[in-house]
Structures are given as C-alpha cells and as structure tokens.
Design a protein around this ligand. Structure first.
Ligand SMILES: CC(C)(COP(=O)(O)OP(=O)(O)OC[C@H]1O[C@@H](n2cnc3c(N)ncnc32)[C@H](O)[C@@H]1OP(=O)(O)O)[C@@H](O)C(=O)NCCC(=O)NCCS
Length: 210
C-alpha cells in the first residue's frame, strides 16, 4: 500500500504519509540521491521522504535542494517550503508554496515515559491530563503526541537551538478538532499544531509564519 494518508491542508499546502512496502530500486528510479545513508532501512526512509515531495507537487525541483548547517533541507528560492519525517516503515512530507511547515511521525513507545520531564512542563501535564504518568506508566500515546508536536515545531522553525520545555509552550488541546494551540517563545508566534492518531503512528504538522 503506497499512500497511507493524504491531506490537502489549504490551497497552497499538501501533506502525505507513505507506508514503505517498496524496494529501494522503486524509489531510486524516481528520486535522485541527495546524501549518502549507510544503513539500508534509513536509506529507504530517506528516499521515501524525498519521493513524497514530487508525489505531492509534481514540479518540486529535487535538484535545487540544499542542506543547511542545521541539517534542514531547503530550497534557496523558497519556491516551496517543505519538511520530512520518517519512522519505522513510514515516511511523511509536507510541502507548501506559501508558508513555513513542519511535520513529524512517531511510533508510540513506552520508553518515552523516561524522558517526559525533559520536554513536558507542569502546565502541559495539567492541560493533557497526564499528572500521574510516572506512577501509572501506561499512557504513552499522549507523551508521544506532545513530543511529536514539539518536533514538528522544531522542524518548522528550522534554525535549531530550541528548548522544548521553555520555547515550545503547548497551551490547549482541542480533541474534537485534532488541534493543539502553541506559543513559540523564540519568535512570539502563535501556532496551531494539527494531529492524527492512528493505530501504530502519531502524525503532527504545523503551518505558519515565523
Ligand atoms: C533534526 C531532528 C528534528 C530529526 O528528527 P528525527 O526524529 O531524528 O527524524 P525524522 O525522521 O523525524 O526527521 C528527519 C528529517 O528531518 C529533516 N531535518 C533534519 N534536520 C532538520 C532541522 N534542523 N530542521 C528541520 N528539519 C530537519 C530532514 O529532512 C530529515 O530527513 P532526511 O535527512 O531524510 O531528509 C531531531 O534529530 C532533533 O534534533 N530534534 C530536536 C531534539 C531536541 O533539541 N530536543 C530537545 C529536548 S528537550
């Protein structure tokens, strides 16, 4: 199954998640290699992420992609803003001809519980109802969602040096809208992070100006 989830976010912005079931040759036929990746599965993920860019916007110019010092890939002429994520057998990409974007996919894993205090503030624990997380040890989907949301903001910003607790402040979670409101303290931007929770995957994305 190739495309796992696809979403036209607005007139200018598209998102896709690919479930990787193809061989490396399939992607290599369609995507020029941009950097050497030694590990075979990581190479497959990398190629699938790149493949999605033209899947979403067929005129996406692969040959113009550059890599910043922060390792963020970008187009110097900003014809498109884009962001890529991969996890397990999934790759995700978001592309916009207008706004900065960030995307992240994560597989919920219990080991995230050991680092919740590094990236979730006391206020966020209240908002998301995870006060007793360290004692129950059972709810790891919500911390995964919060981690993913903050990774999306990190990628959207793209300039590094972000403290997840101090700079990315999640202010509310509207479950019916699958949306989280966020204040990004580095630029004083108010953002909306959208999300979807699937059986084995958490997907988040953000679109907006810095
Ligand atoms: C860079 C980072 C976001 C990558 O995330 P990851 O979960 O390892 O990997 P993902 O698959 O989700 O994303 C990888 C993609 O992100 C993109 N990327 C890499 N560096 C990036 C950056 N600085 N900004 C935006 N995007 C970046 C690339 O497209 C990369 O894929 P590619 O090389 O195949 O093109 C992550 O390693 C990181 O540094 N996170 C911040 C950690 C942090 O500061 N935590 C503080 C905790 S308190």
């Amino acid at each position: 199954m190739p495309i796992f989830f696809q979403h036209q976010i607005n007139e200018f912005t598209r998102l896709g998640v690919w479930k990787i079931e193809e061989t490396e040759d399939f992607f290599k036929r369609n995507v020029p290699a941009h950097r050497d990746v030694t590990h075979p599965h990581k190479r497959l993920q990398h190629l699938a992420g790149r493949f999605l860019l033209q899947f979403l916007f067929p005129d996406f110019p692969y040959d113009l992609i550059q890599i910043a010092d922060t390792r963020k890939p970008f187009l110097p002429d900003e014809r498109y803003h884009f962001s890529i994520s991969h996890c397990g057998d999934y790759a995700a990409a978001i592309v916009s001809s207008k706004s900065r974007v960030g995307v992240d996919v994560e597989e919920p894993k219990e080991k995230i519980l050991s680092i919740v205090n590094k990236f979730i503030s006391a206020q966020e624990k209240n908002i998301f109802g995870i006060d007793d997380i360290s004692t129950t040890g059972t709810n790891f989907r919500t911390p995964t969602l919060i981690w993913s949301a903050k990774e999306s903001v990190f990628k959207w910003y793209g300039e590094g040096a972000v403290d997840f607790k101090q700079h990315i402040q999640l202010a509310s979670c509207k479950k019916s809208e699958e949306a989280i409101t966020c204040f990004f303290a580095k630029t004083h931007a108010s953002l909306t992070i959208e999300y979807r929770i699937f059986d084995e995957l958490v997907l988040t994305w953000v679109v907006g100006d810095v």
